[in-house]
Design a protein around this ligand. Structure first.
Ligand SMILES: NC(=O)c1ccc[n+]([C@@H]2O[C@H](COP(=O)([O-])OP(=O)(O)OC[C@H]3O[C@@H](n4cnc5c(N)ncnc54)[C@H](O)[C@@H]3O)[C@@H](O)[C@H]2O)c1
Ligand SMILES: [Zn+2]
Length: 371
């Protein structure tokens, strides 16, 4: 199950599930599938998905969880194991997760553990899931003491991406996912970054072929990075966390409420651009062009004010450390050398430089995001 190449298993097309039967055959998967939805994706896509699969001779068990982060819990998993056991699901079955990162992570977790592991196929329906969470095989549930702490590396057999599923996604979720898309340009691919700058509005309004191309290239960059550093040993996979050290602090500061992950990443990337410049890696013009791109995100002014500008820089800084702050704990920063080229900084960074980078980003947001 783990030998699958991440890149070759990703398919972006519309309507992707009409080819499912053939694809399952090619990948040696039985047409016996547990289909996991959340209540939104069930409402939106159930008829389309189930009809298409039944026509192709699939035997199905449908299971659903509430559409919320707290569904990534042991309690939810335990309930679903029960439904699967009662329905006679055994090792010969597989699981298809239809939804955002919550459904993908929970579905992957269940698949990795049920009967010591059954194959999982990811069918992501949010922009974040299509470009990030469904790729790379990290699956997890939350623990009351922290997010994503209990999980596995369980590569999906396939990632079936149908960008037309995005048409019902709220704008806020589109921009949240777009933050990760831009991130791939920043860390790995200057051409892609320039292309994103050029077509930003077409992509965020889901125009074809731009949205499909943005999804495909993002998913492939993530898969490529994951393939080269599956267990995060060389520092390469860590570059996927560009902007995230700051973003996690913002999310924590907000008590994980009222700010989407992608919104925190958008602000976090501005801080990371400023830090890259302040430490002498990124020149001023490249920082500015990065910030200009970030300025195009429609972050609500109220959100920026309440979740970022209202707090002092040192409060955000404190929240960037993990809960169990050890004496020797240090923050890990991913920085840019140039647009399209990121690295994980090994040396310690002076607190002052981090605080100044946050101040720089505050200045930028207080002047640029007024609507
Ligand atoms: N495994 C990884 O590598 C990885 C990476 C990043 C994030 N994550 C996880 O992903 C989760 C966040 O994922 P997310 O942002 O996709 O959130 P989500 O799964 O909560 O989805 C957001 C909302 O959109 C709804 N939705 C989904 N598809 C829709 C559609 N097409 N139209 C309308 N509504 C739709 C969902 O029901 C939900 O209400 C977090 O739990 C995070 O920890 C995992
Ligand atoms: Zn992220």
């Amino acid at each position: 199950m783990q030998t699958n190449s991440a890149k070759s298993s990703i398919l972006v097309s519309t309507p992707v599930l009409s080819e499912a039967g053939e694809l399952y055959g090619k990948h040696g998967l039985a047409r016996k599938t547990v289909v996991l939805f959340d209540d939104n994706t069930r409402k939106l896509f159930r008829d389309r998905v189930i009809g298409t699969l039944e026509q192709q001779g699939f035997r199905l068990l449908e299971i659903t969880v509430p559409a919320r982060e707290s569904s990534k819990s042991f309690k939810a998993a335990y309930r679903l194991y029960g439904a699967m056991i009662e329905a006679g699901v055994d090792r010969s079955w597989n699981l298809l997760a239809i939804g955002g990162g919550v459904v993908g992570d929970l579905g992957g977790f269940i698949a990795a553990s049920y009967y010591r592991g059954i194959p999982v196929v990811q069918c992501p329906t949010t922009l974040l899931a299509m470009t990030d969470s469904a790729i790379g095989g990290k699956v997890a549930i939350n623990h009351p003491l922290g997010k994503n702490l209990i999980g596995f590396f369980h590569m999906p057999e396939m990632v079936l991406i149908d960008p037309s599923f995005l048409s019902t996604l709220p704008e806020r979720e589109i921009f949240g996912g777009m933050a990760e898309v831009i991130k791939y340009g920043f860390i790995a691919d200057l051409n892609f970054l320039r292309w994103l700058e050029q077509h930003f509005d077409r992509i965020t309004s889901l125009e074809e072929p731009f949205i499909s191309e943005a999804v495909r290239r993002s998913a492939l960059i993530k898969a490529d990075v994951v393939e080269k550093d599956f267990r995060e040993t060389t520092g390469l996979r860590a570059t996927l966390n560009f902007g995230h050290t700051f973003a996690h602090g913002l999310e924590k500061l907000a008590g994980f409420r009222g700010i989407r992950h992608g919104e925190a990443v958008t602000i976090g990337m501005a801080c990371a651009l400023a830090l890259s410049h302040r430490l002498g890696y990124l020149d001023a013009a490249d920082m500015q062009s990065g910030l200009d791109l970030i300025a195009r995100f429609r972050l609500p002014a109220g959100l920026v004010n309440k979740r970022f500008l209202a707090h002092r820089a040192d409060l955000l800084f404190e929240n960037m450390f993990s809960d169990k702050k050890k004496l020797d704990s240090k923050l890990r920063f991913v920085l840019l050398r140039k647009p399209g080229e990121a690295f994980l900084l090994e040396e310690n960074v002076e607190d002052l430089a981090v605080l100044e980078a946050i101040e720089e980003a505050r200045k930028f947001f207080s002047t640029r995001t007024k609507r």
